[in-house]
Design a protein around this ligand. Structure first.
Ligand code: SF4
Length: 350
């Protein structure tokens, strides 16, 4: 894995984005922001599942005004997603939002941009510029086509507007649903900008396809040391988004969570392994340590194949094996295999 690219530190209240090895996990709510009770409940669920920043769609004045009450009911850091309307941005900032996502080039009048920037400066609110392939400026499309270059040039324009106002608390995203194009855009952006990058594949699709597309795209970027915050956007449950974020980051050592190794099984499988994998996965989901656990199908190859695991089990005909770092340490009756594994994990953590 390449060294992480150096980016400017930007603060969302006390949360550092950029200039570090950590990648911040984000997601977005589904309820209307003005539905305060539901939205607060949703925010808490998302935070419980690992969201560090939660984005709210701000469609009108009522949404923007609701931020004040929402902020009084939650400690979770919130981002206001605003299209075009500088008045909504001002209102969101006045009502205590922690970060806004707005493209300054879409605000229009220079004076209005100035007002938003001044409010952000006063309240310590950073701005995320979000370039989307689907809404690129016509002249850029004409000159560069639907390319990474066009996306980065678009971001440059928005950045310039903010820099001209002396504002540098900027985070940038460049999203497309095309994985290859997204990778190219972020590689170019990492060479071009000093600002932190929020990475994501937009409209990645339903859960299964979306996780694959996002893992391919964002995994490549993370391998190149790119990405300061990320979202995996799925047309599916938000909790799956967050689980996918944590799992992806953990593959690159960027998130501390337990790892579950499980063999694909074959004709040598000696017990009903699938339910145990499911149970162990659920047990590890909220487990606080970085332990690697293996669930393997047979005693012949299992322990050897799972050599890197801290603790594991391998099924036998009547008895299963408990192994530690690939070495068999104990035999237990098959029906006690799961309990014995959990006991071994608990003991490992003492
Ligand atoms: S561990 Fe055993 S059951 Fe699992 S894939 Fe390998 S040989 Fe097959």
């Amino acid at each position: 894995m390449r060294k992480r690219t150096e980016t400017k530190k930007v603060w969302v209240k006390d949360l550092q984005v950029g200039g570090q090895d950590k990648v911040i996990i984000q997601t977005m709510t589904t309820h209307p922001t003005k539905a305060i009770e539901k939205i607060v409940e949703e925010i808490h669920t998302l935070a419980t599942h690992g969201a560090q920043l939660v984005r709210l769609a701000i469609l009108d004045t009522e949404d923007a005004m609701a931020i004040k009450t929402i902020k009084s009911l939650t400690q979770v850091l919130l981002v206001a997603d605003i299209h075009f309307d500088y008045k909504l941005a001002l209102l969101a900032i006045e009502n205590g939002i922690d970060k806004i996502r707005i493209n300054p080039g879409n605000i229009g009048h220079k004076e209005h941009v100035k007002q938003v920037v001044n409010a952000c400066k006063k309240h310590g609110v950073p701005i995320r510029i979000g370039v989307n392939l689907g809404s690129l400026e016509k002249d850029l499309l004409k000159t560069y086509g639907r390319t990474a270059k066009a996306m980065v040039e678009s971001a440059k324009r928005h950045v310039q507007i903010l820099e001209d106002e002396g504002f540098e608390d900027i985070i940038i995203s460049l999203k497309a649903s095309d994985v290859k194009l997204t990778i190219e855009a972020y590689l170019l952006a990492a060479e071009t900008f000093k600002y932190p990058l929020h990475i994501g594949i937009t409209e990645a699709g339903p859960t299964y396809a979306g996780i694959i597309a996002s893992s391919a795209g964002l995994g490549t970027l993370l391998y190149h040391g790119i990405g300061d915050t990320l979202r995996i956007s799925l047309s599916g449950p938000r909790t799956e988004e967050l689980k996918a974020c944590k799992t992806l980051l953990s593959q690159f050592g960027l998130y501390a969570r337990p790892k579950l190794i499980a063999c694909p099984t074959c004709a040598r499988l000696s017990y009903d392994m699938a339910p145990i994998v499911k149970k162990v996965e659920a047990y590890l989901e909220n487990h606080p340590t970085q332990i690697t656990v293996a669930v393997m199908g047979c005693a012949v190859n299992g322990p050897g194949e799972a050599r890197d695991a801290d603790i594991g089990i391998a099924g036998g005909m009547r008895e299963g094996l408990i192994f530690i770092q690939g070495k068999i340490v104990k035999k237990v009756p098959q029906e006690h295999l799961y309990d014995a594994l959990i006991e071994a994990i608990e003991n490992h953590n003492k």
